[in-house]
Design a protein around this ligand. Structure first.
Ligand code: GLY
Ligand code: MN
Ligand code: MN
Length: 536
């Protein structure tokens, strides 16, 4: 029994740590209104909250709401569902076009774990139809009357909680039953079928290329007769027959896995003013973290200590979390793009790559600085740093409305390749890809890699610009370049008047970084006792 109490306490402590929304109810109402307008005729959208993920035994990870669900609701509890209808629905209480299902109150559990949020609290977020989750099953029983049920694919790591018949697992099971979701559903095959259906005579070659790309990733798709025929078709008549067969194969599905992700990309890639305000705060907090670390850094520090200073600053400013696991890598670790172990103890005279972002009311920054542990860039470190800086600076300047993501990347790649050629590290432009193996830019928002269409830049997008050069040990170049990894990453608001660098407050030029590193830090006097002195 005691154990059960402990489990409940832990689970709900974690719930309470999750942050409420800071945006107004109108913000979310407007988003849902916009969403509804974009929905196809006679459709309904069903969005689930995120699952609670188990860390080990009876301890769960801190709950983090699903960003799409949060974007449309502002609601931060697990085991919740949102339904949005394209058209007004009617019941004995009148008309409605959306409904949210939440955890029911439970006096006994609340005695132990604190208050669960009430239906009233959800109403304050602008919802008129709020019910507890045990209603969900009955409500979704008639989804077949809609032409399309818009949804995301199902995650497969949700636990069925013992003793709770309406947890997320059960809600999803009820939903699957309501839409006749096949037990053996092949999401890749479904995606390929959608491509085939969209192909008209004009685009057939591009669709064939897309289908081929799927097949390259998963050759089992070729076991499917329709896919095989589509790729082998000899003429357009035959192609139209394949299309008919595809439509027939999908005849029993009224669920749709394509429209909802696309709508969320279209909406979330353009930020409203309120979102930009919160992003600016998240970025400002992350900038202060970078500055404080620049001042405090010394060669005896460990990667974990550096991580701790950034994250302490985040908490000091009220950020509940990091938007992604903090990356602090010195020397060889700076060459691992998403290094998160942060366990190296000797950073000495190496470059330290610090890629971190505070999450403030759900919105996350993504800022990287690469600085010398001893405060002075060596000649080799500086030569490479200057190339990355130039690639970043020119890409930021080119981040104008209408510029394509692709052309920005190409600009940065040309500068990096040119610099590496000049230093004799590569002999041909194509070799630069192995030292600059990632993209240049992504949206940020509720996700660190926020959804978007990634075509052209538009006003009110917030994107990163983050070129890098990474030369791991053993690379085919002079060993003096080995173990140097450099990324410089800033968060840029795209405006009609040009790019606005939201993270410009953190020094970026090597000279400015060296100057900042000479400043005193309050942490210089933060001297803790040797641990051995306290061990009995
Ligand atoms: N922090 C992950 C990234 O820069 O994309
Ligand atoms: Mn990034
Ligand atoms: Mn980053």
């Amino acid at each position: 029994m005691k154990n059960t109490y402990l489990i409940l306490c832990l689970a709900f402590l974690q719930l309470l740590q999750s942050q409420n929304s800071k945006l107004s109810p109108e913000f979310y109402q407007d988003k849902r209104k916009d969403f509804r307008m974009k929905m196809p005729e006679n459709s309904v959208a069903v969005l689930f909250s995120a699952p609670i993920r188990n860390r080990a035994n009876d301890v769960d990870y801190v709950f983090h709401q699903d960003p799409n669900f949060f974007y449309l609701t502002g609601w931060h509890q697990p085991h919740s569902v949102l339904i949005i209808y394209k058209d007004p629905q009617f019941d004995e209480n009148g008309s409605f076009n959306e409904k949210i299902y939440i955890l029911e109150r439970d006096e006994y559990k609340e005695l132990w774990n604190g208050k669960r949020f009430s239906i009233e609290a959800v109403r304050q977020l602008g919802f008129h139809r709020v019910t507890t989750r045990n209603q969900f099953k009955a409500d979704v029983a008639n989804l077949s009357k809609y032409d399309k049920v818009l949804m995301f694919g199902f995650n497969n790591d949700i636990r069925d909680l013992e003793g709770d018949p309406y947890d997320l697992f059960d809600l999803k099971a009820a939903f699957k039953e309501a839409i006749n979701f096949p037990t053996q559903f092949n999401g890749d095959l479904y995606a390929v079928y959608q491509h085939i259906l969209k192909a008209d005579e004009e685009h057939i070659e591009s669709v064939r290329e897309e289908v081929k790309a799927h097949v390259e990733l998963d050759s089992m798709l070729l076991d499917d007769e329709i896919v095989k025929q589509f790729l082998a078709y000899p003429n357009t008549d035959f192609y139209s027959e394949v299309k008919t067969k595809t439509a027939f194969a999908l005849r029993n599905y009224n669920f749709d896995l394509e429209v909802l992700p696309k709508l969320m990309k279209d909406m979330r890639e353009i930020k409203s003013d309120e979102e930009i305000d919160l992003l600016k705060k998240a970025v400002a907090i992350s900038v202060i973290g970078q500055i404080e670390v620049m001042k405090a850094m010394h060669p005896e520090m460990t990667e974990r200590e550096i991580q701790g200073i950034h994250e302490f600053v985040y908490r000091k400013y009220g950020a509940a979390d990091e938007g992604y696991p903090s990356i602090v890598g010195a020397g060889e670790n700076s060459c691992v793009l998403h290094y998160i172990e942060n366990e190296k103890k000797e950073i000495d005279n190496q470059l330290v790559l610090m890629d971190l972002g505070a999450e403030f009311y759900g919105f996350t920054a993504d800022v990287t600085r690469t600085i010398p542990a001893n405060g002075i860039y060596s000649l080799e470190q500086r030569a490479l740093y200057e190339i990355v800086y130039e690639a970043q600076e020119k890409s930021i300047q080119a981040a104008l409305v209408g510029t394509s993501f692709r052309s920005l990347f190409e600009l940065s790649y040309a500068i990096v390749a040119d610099g590496l050629l000049r230093l004799g590290i590569i002999k041909d432009v194509s070799e630069a890809r192995s030292y600059y193996p990632h993209g240049l830019s992504h949206h940020i928002g509720l996700d660190v890699h926020d959804p978007g269409n990634y075509v052209d830049l538009a006003p009110n997008m917030v994107v990163t610009i983050e070129p890098g050069i990474y030369i791991p040990e053993g690379s085919p170049c002079d060993s003096k370049w080995w173990n140097i990894g450099i990324r410089i990453e800033d968060d840029i608001l795209i405006t009609e008047k040009g790019p606005l660098n939201l993270s410009a407050g953190a020094p970026r030029k090597w000279e400015e970084i060296e100057l900042m590193m000479k400043q005193e830090s309050v942490l210089d006097d933060f001297i803790l006792p040797e641990i051995e002195t306290l061990i009995q």
